[in-house]
Design a protein around this ligand. Structure first.
Ligand SMILES: Nc1ncnc2c1ncn2[C@@H]1O[C@H](COP(=O)(O)OP(=O)(O)OP(=O)(O)O)[C@@H](O)[C@H]1O
Length: 451
């Protein structure tokens, strides 16, 4: 064939065109998808829907009525029935398609065939989710969206909801503090934990929320954001003092909530509250997000005195994790490992941190510390995060769901700049005033931030 094309004089141009398409596919997958992949996959899907469903075992026998009607009207062979297909919705990264399941089918049947469907329709991945009983949505993703992360335009962010990364199904992964109050983020060195924290700080900086940092790596990770922090502790001694203050703050908020519960006769039901969010807006204290970078540093103890301080700190962290949610105090804990070997209280604290994000890890044991109580497949996925893709992680929560995510790139300078611009939003919290980092902007400038 190629000889014939060469004789006709079109072999050369065709080869050049083929090469250009291959390069576009490699270098600009989103452009390739819009120009070539989308029309091809649409044609494939529309042309082969019935036969692909049949080959994947996703068809059911037709009802007797349908069989009779087909025989009477066409005298054709009565074929098995695939799920009823809705409209195809093209997106910048793929296609969306809703299916009405046939009687006797369940979501798991379609999910089990996702790998076969992706091969049949020539897309990078097929993700299946339930929309309502009997209806599933297929998200066909045309290319590897985690290679060059672009966040979608509509991310469903909001108050205490930070779109922090992209999921592999091209939807935004939102860190929602009210749904999952406390989170543990693990990862080996250079795996992208700081980038993750950076996005959270930058995302929360513009909101009415107090940000508190505990960074026992002498503040190297969190000091650049100091202008927006209400408090920063950079060594274990300061951290111990700050945590005691946080626990006292929490106790006072509980008192406030309890005072509100001395319910006078005639109080409407909706005014009775058991947490901060039920208080009237003018009385409601501002929520506090506590970032703990490199949690293992808090557990280290060389002397007996250190040990006492460590035990006290761990107890306070556990109290904050157990009771903080109702008082609007949320924990964001980061570290390389978080196992029982850290010492007394580690396992108990970990159990309270229900949100889990695991970046690349050095061994399976570390992945199990983050995801072991979520799903064995999530552990395997975390162990296979490639080293040349920093920021890639497996995110799960203790309800059992998990997904692969990757943060977009955000330079430290841009995140710090956002903090400087939103410094006027630092809320007044009398208790935290002694811990307010003072020489913040000067420290940032003097620190010479990397790009
Ligand atoms: N999503 C991302 N996209 C591109 N580059 C990234 C991403 N996340 C992290 N990186 C890069 O990877 C490198 C390591 O990232 P980061 O400092 O966040 O890792 P870390 O896990 O905090 O490491 P350490 O524990 O040593 O502080 C940095 O150079 C950072 O710019």
């Amino acid at each position: 064939m190629s000889e014939l094309l060469t004789v006709l004089g079109v072999g050369g141009p065709l080869a050049v065109m083929g090469g250009t398409v291959a390069v576009a596919r490699e270098k600009c997958p989103s452009v390739y998808w819009s120009a070539v992949g989308l029309p091809l996959s649409t044609v494939r899907l529309l042309g082969s829907y019935g036969s692909v469903m049949d080959a994947c075992g996703l068809t059911v026998a037709p009802s007797r009525l349908r069989a009779l009607a087909v025989r009477a009207a066409t005298r054709r062979e009565v074929r098995p029935v695939p799920p009823r297909r809705g409209l195809l919705w093209p997106t910048s990264t793929g296609l969306r398609l809703r299916l009405r399941l046939a009687a006797g089918q369940e979501v798991a049947d379609v999910a089990a065939s996702a790998e076969r469907l992706r091969h049949a329709w020539g897309v990078h991945a097929v993700h299946v989710s339930e929309i309502r009983p009997g209806t599933v949505e297929l998200r066909l993703v045309g290319f590897d969206v985690l290679r060059d992360v672009r966040m979608p335009r509509h991310t469903q962010g909001g108050y205490l909801r930070v779109p922090v990364a992209l999921r592999e199904d091209a939807t935004a992964f939102v860190r929602d503090y009210r749904a999952i109050p406390h989170q543990l983020t693990l990862g080996a060195t250079l795996s992208g934990k700081s980038m993750y924290l950076r996005h959270l700080v930058a995302g929360l900086a513009g909101q009415d929320v107090a940000l508190v940092g505990i960074d026992c790596k002498r503040g190297v990770e969190l000091a650049p954001f100091a202008s927006r922090l209400s408090a920063l502790a950079t060594d274990p001694v300061e951290a111990a003092e700050l945590l005691s203050v946080m626990v006292r703050l929490m106790d006072r908020r509980y008192d406030l909530i309890r005072a509100r519960q001395n319910i006078p006769v005639g109080t409407p039901d909706q005014a009775i509250t058991s947490d901060l969010w039920g208080l009237p807006e003018e009385e409601r204290p501002v929520p506090v997000v506590v970032f703990v970078d490199e949690v293992a540093e808090l557990f280290l103890a060389a002397t007996r005195k250190d040990e006492e301080r460590r035990d006290e700190m761990v107890t306070q962290l556990i109290r904050l994790a157990q009771l903080g949610r109702a008082a609007g105090i949320y924990l964001e804990v980061c570290g390389q490992r978080f196992g029982a070997e850290l010492g007394k209280g580690a396992t108990m604290l970990r159990a309270q941190l229900s949100g889990r994000v695991c970046h690349r890890v050095n061994d399976e044991a570390s992945a199990k510390m983050a995801l072991g109580d979520i799903a064995p497949e999530a552990v395997i996925a975390a162990c296979s995060v490639p080293a040349d893709r920093p920021g890639t992680a497996v995110a799960g929560d203790t309800s059992g769901g998990w997904s692969r995510i990757r943060t977009p790139y955000l330079s430290l300078a841009d995140a710090a700049d956002r903090c400087v611009k939103t410094a006027h939003l630092v809320p007044e919290l009398r208790e935290l005033a002694p811990f307010k980092p003072v020489n913040v902007s000067t420290a940032v400038e003097a620190g010479g931030l990397p790009a």
